[in-house]
Design a protein around this ligand. Structure first.
Ligand code: RFL
Ligand code: PHB
Length: 389
């Protein structure tokens, strides 16, 4: 065999899996479609659950995160001017970490380079076969040349649009999906955060989120119709809209500035079962997508990798197949709980086009219940900081 595990996709799931396997003495090769610069340019997640923080430390990539990440003890859920504080620390004893996915990916690439792992960028036409045979085969094109790798296992970490999931026969896959009728327009701007903790804002004009990457760099979002294009949103239009969706006491402190990135992401819930097919294992967005409202996408990719790295090490080092046999069920049990939380947060915070007054009252009542019930806040906090692995 050419290598033990071929990993399709050099995003956070693929890189972290490779890093954890390499540290345990398992050999990997990573195949990534895009250039490294492109992977690192994509602005995505910003919030790490504590379990994610701990696994990154264990993988030997925690140093910069410790120095530059910002632990957060809570966040705000707001409804017009009602601000409900969710005290993660007080309610659960745990925190989350503000540290961008871009930085996590950067740290993982540096660590993998130091390990000397082979990472092929610009890989095209990946084909996976032999999943029921004595060894798997991954064929692909690199710099116009046909290549082939044999391996014991394939990890499909190639995101929602990847090829791995499609390598499981269609009739053996069960897919579940909700597509929401709106997207998030996000901007990055070199300005100080409007609040020291994140604000998830429900308003009559739609949802807004005030997040950050550092004390001097903000990440703000507004809910937009799916038909909107980035070109429809000048910086001025964004700031006006964002300002009227956040509570007045926060809006007073808002500092505007030019955007340095602006993009629109559609919102979707999606899961494909099973997450294992013969010698193939799916992890991260390749198997499931959640709307960003619960900050769960990256964290779910990491919990999949937690289960999968242990399972592969047990099999490859000790011949113990219990982990790989139980992987799909174990990973999906956690995925579905995060799926539910992300869906619930999305319903609680967004305005649906054409909705009636009842829907708005339900959102308002949910928020009022949060304000009045420590039990409700604790339930939210427990899910937000991350369910146990
Ligand atoms: P990725 O990051 O999509 O990486 C997959 C990689 O596979 C490559 N690829 C292929 N390579 C070879 N051959 C092929 N055929 C290939 N097809 C694809 C791709 O180029 C890519 O490099 O998946 P991964 O590793 O599973 O990581 C998942 C996360 O990226 C994702 O869940 C999060 O970004 C979601 N998300 C958030 N998650 C959180 O936990 N907290 C957040 O605060 C949060 N905010 C967000 C988000 C996602 C967003 N967008 C844009 C969807 C905010 C936004 C706006
Ligand atoms: C982000 O900072 O990009 C972010 C934070 C929290 C979310 C989604 C995105 O729920």
């Amino acid at each position: 065999m050419d290598t033990q595990v071929v990993i399709i996709g050099g995003g956070p799931a693929g890189l972290l899996l490779s890093q954890l396997l390499n540290r345990a003495g398992v050999e990997t090769v990573i195949l990534e479609r895009s250039t490294r610069a492109h992977v690192l340019e994509r602005i995505r997640a910003g919030i790490l659950e504590w379990g994610t923080v701990e696994l990154l430390r264990e993988a030997g990539v925690g140093a910069r995160m410790e120095a530059e990440g910002i632990p957060h003890d809570g966040c705000y859920m707001t409804d017009s001017d009602l601000m409900v504080h969710i005290d993660f620390k007080g309610l659960t004893g745990k925190q989350v970490m503000v540290y961008g996915q871009t930085e996590v990916t950067h740290d993982l690439y540096d660590a993998q380079d130091a390990m000397g792992t082979i990472i092929h960028h610009g890989v095209e036409d990946v084909r996976i076969t032999g999943l029921d045979d004595a060894q798997a085969v991954v064929e692909f094109t690199l710099n116009g040349e046909a290549r082939r790798l044999t391996c014991a296992y394939v990890a499909g970490c190639d995101g929602f649009h990847g090829v791995s999931r499609q390598s499981i026969p269609k009739e053996k896959r069960q897919e579940f999906e909700r597509v929401y009728p709106f997207g998030w327009l996000g901007i990055l701007s070199r300005t100080p955060p409007v609040n020291d903790e994140l604000i998830y804002a429900n308003s009559p004009h739609g949802f807004a989120l005030a997040s950050m990457r550092s004390e001097t760099l903000v990440r703000y979002y507004v809910q937009v119709p799916l038909t909107d294009k980035v070109e429809d949103w000048s910086d001025d239009r964004f700031w006006t809209e964002f300002r009227r969706r956040i509570p007045a006491q926060a809006a007073e402190r808002l500092v505007k500035g030019p955007s340095i990135e602006k993009s629109i992401a559609p919102l979707r819930s999606f899961a494909s079962e099973p997450m294992r097919w013969g010698r193939l294992f799916l992890a991260g967005d390749a198997a499931h997508i959640v709307p960003p409202t619960g900050a769960k996408g990256l964290n779910l990719a990491v919990s999949d990798v937690f289960y999968l790295h242990q399972a592969l090490i047990d099999m490859l080092k000790r011949g113990d197949a219990r982990g790989i046999d139980g992987y799909s069920q174990r990973a999906l049990a956690r995925v579905w709980k995060a799926m539910r939380f992300s869906w619930q947060m999305t319903m609680m915070l967004h305005r649906f086009d054409g909705e009636d007054g009842f829907a708005a009252q339900m959102r308002r009542a949910t928020m009022a219940h949060l304000a009045g019930s420590e039990t409700a806040r604790k339930d939210l906090a427990e899910n937000y900081i991350g369910l146990p692995y």
